[in-house]
Design a protein around this ligand. Structure first.
Ligand code: NAD
Length: 302
């Protein structure tokens, strides 16, 4: 049994903290939201009154926060000040690579081991304990980080040194955004050409166009395996979160000098889709927009 300080009990962190408690760890949890804290308590966590209180006796600190500024602030103001020496610090939020490296540097100066460990998988995977973690930390510490993440994981994968987990996450999600847009365009063109969507799926999913966005996460309702498209594009990976990740990818591309024209186009398209009021829909809902039928989507604001 480990003593875990868990900060950030929202859509993702709530289920993750519950899985640590279910694995018999002693989880002391904090969130700014009293409602989130109450849910964590009902799931077996001890509620704390502040970040400082949540981390003061922790052997492992796990954070699941909205974005880079939250992570910098929580670590610099509280975690690095109040966590006991030797605590293992793991941030699972999706944030910019620079912030991850900055916090890793500050943690190292203060004598802590820090890992960035963003996740693939949404709220259902967080609840079920089946997330995939991409870990950036010095390699000798990876085994300890992996052991701490396992109660929340289907897979834990080593990505490299500090920031590499975030780099892997934004590159993966940029690829996902681009392939989903490509799949949606192909379905929309096929429809104009009189191609039945089921037939197109059967052919392309066994041909060179096959990819995860088509085969596993097909955006056309009623075609292929069960996906958010079959549930009015609810309950999947929100278009607004895809936009967040595409923005992080573009920020990283412009800072590093990488040419990512398809990533830039994907960001522009998801930004427009979000502004049209569909940020609360699953990211595969862009299909209905490309078909010229955005009215098929009930407006969902996250
Ligand atoms: P969320 O907004 O539901 O949860 C974030 C929580 O952090 C909130 O409960 C908020 O009150 C809390 N918080 C903010 N500042 C705080 C502070 N200073 N101290 C304590 N608590 C604080 O977000 P989420 O959907 O759980 O996502 C969390 C992270 O996971 C994000 O970085 C997101 O990009 C990433 N992510 C989300 C999904 C998803 O499907 N929701 C999937 C993969 C990755």
């Amino acid at each position: 049994m480990a003593r875990i300080g868990f900060i950030g009990l929202g859509h993702m962190g709530g289920g993750m903290a519950a899985n640590q408690a279910r694995a018999q760890h002693q989880v002391t949890a904090f969130d700014l939201s009293a409602e989130a804290l109450r849910r964590a308590e009902a799931a077996g966590c001890r509620p704390a009154a502040s970040v400082a209180e949540a981390v003061k006796d922790a052997e492992v600190v796990i954070t699941m926060l909205p974005a880079g500024p939250h992570v910098r602030q929580v670590f610099e103001t509280d975690v690095l000040v109040h966590a006991p020496g030797g605590a293992l610090l793991i941030d699972c939020s999706t944030i910019d690579v620079d912030s991850a490296r900055h916090v890793a540097g500050r943690a190292a100066e203060a004598g802590f081991v820090f890992a960035d460990a963003p996740v693939s998988g949404g709220i259902m995977a967080a609840d079920a304990g089946t997330l995939t973690f991409m870990v950036g930390c010095p390699e000798p510490h990876y085994a300890a980080v992996k052991a701490a993440l396992l109660p929340m994981a289907k897979a834990v994968v080593y990505a490299g040194d500090a920031g590499a987990g975030q780099a892997a996450k934004i590159c993966n999600n940029m690829l996902l955004g681009v392939t989903m847009l490509g799949v949606c365009e192909a379905f929309a063109l096929g429809e104009r050409l009189g191609l039945e969507p089921e037939r197109f799926f059967d052919i392309a999913s066994q041909s060179s166009g096959s990819c995860w966005s088509l085969n596993t996460y097909c955006p056309w309702p009623g075609v292929g395996p069960s996906t958010p498209a079959d549930r009015d594009y609810e309950g999947g990976f929100l278009a607004a979160l895809m936009l967040k990740d595409l923005k992080l990818a573009q920020e990283a591309a412009s800072k590093s000098g990488a040419a990512t024209p398809l990533g830039a186009q994907a960001e522009a398209l998801y930004a427009l889709f979000d502004r049209m009021g569909y940020g609360g829909k699953d990211f595969s809902a862009v299909l209905q927009w490309m078909r010229g039928r955005p009215e098929a989507l009930k407006s969902g604001v996250p």
